[in-house]
Ligand binder design. Structure first.
Ligand SMILES: O=P(O)(O)OC[C@@H](O)[C@@H](O)c1c[nH]c2ccccc12
Length: 260
């Protein structure tokens, strides 16, 4: 798939009266052979997009749950290249768009061109590199653009209006709207003005705006989703999969807006 295909998927979800639901998983947690099965389980659960994390030794933005999953995956010696090769082997058997989440270092090591080529061969629609700010994205973006793969940008709670304008200008795939100040992980509550913040970004953005960090229940997904185009759920999904409770993931995914 490509970023244009991903855009079609988002449009279809909207047409169905639903919000997008992106599920983050850690590649190699439980073994790389589990990847296809896990993606099919997410598809069945009604997930819109799967965000596949690549295990990394120094995951600065990851909270404890994702860090532990990364350690388990690293113990399996799973690498970026292996994940992309594995994905390529079954890409025609899955139907939801795939986004790769990796830090800059593994991409540098592989080379941005090779990385983009291998993402294309793996049918990847988008890439998230959280430690690469917009100002430094060009060398990653150019080779991805050749393959019609999106480089996804972040907006944070502290982004000024001016910064939001710059970020949405030329944004691709979707905007990752970070909902808390800090690292990933489940949280009980959010700032009171979060919905207004999300609505403001959504109004400005040419691509869907998805809210992520700390979303761990269907109720939270519904509340945040109401102010933007959907949510991203990581730690909760990673925990459920690790505990062998993958069947419960469907209970996190909201149905049609306004229908309980
Ligand atoms: O785990 P949470 O709080 O549900 O948040 C999603 C997040 O885990 C996932 O998108 C992610 C994992 N590692 C990251 C690093 C940076 C930004 C985002 C991420």
């Amino acid at each position: 798939m490509t970023k244009h295909k991903m855009a079609e998927t988002f449009a279809q979800v909207k047409e169905e009266g639903k919000k997008a639901f992106t599920a983050y998983i850690m590649a190699g947690d439980g073994g790389l052979h589990m990847l296809k099965e896990t993606i099919l389980l997410l598809e069945d659960a009604g997930v819109t997009v799967v965000e596949i994390g690549i295990p990394f030794s120094d995951p600065v933005a990851d909270g404890p749950v994702i860090q532990e999953a990364g350690k388990r995956a690293l113990a399996e010696k799973v690498t970026l290249q292996e994940v992309l090769a594995e994905l390529a082997s079954f890409k025609d058997d899955i139907s939801i768009p795939v986004v790769i989440m990796t830090y800059a270092n593994p991409v540098f090591k592989l080379g941005a061109e090779t990385f983009a080529d291998q993402c294309a061969a793996a049918g990847v629609s988008g890439v998230i590199i959280p430690d690469v700010p917009m100002e430094e994205e060009t060398e990653f973006k150019e080779p991805l653009t050749k393959h019609d793969i999106a480089l996804i940008r972040f907006v944070t709670l502290t982004s000024s209006d001016e910064r939001i304008d710059e970020t949405v200008d030329g944004a691709e795939g979707f905007i990752y709207a970070v909902t808390v100040n800090g690292i990933t992980g489940a949280r009980a509550g959010f700032a009171g003005d979060l919905s207004a913040h999300l609505a403001r970004i959504t109004e400005k953005s040419p691509v869907p705006v998805l809210a992520g960090f700390g979303v761990s229940s269907k109720e939270q997904a519904e509340i945040l989703g109401a102010a933007c185009d959907g949510v991203i759920v990581g730690s909760k999904i990673v925990s459920l999969l690790h505990e062998g409770r993958g069947q419960e993931i469907k209970e996190l995914v909201p149905g049609k807006v306004g229908v309980k």
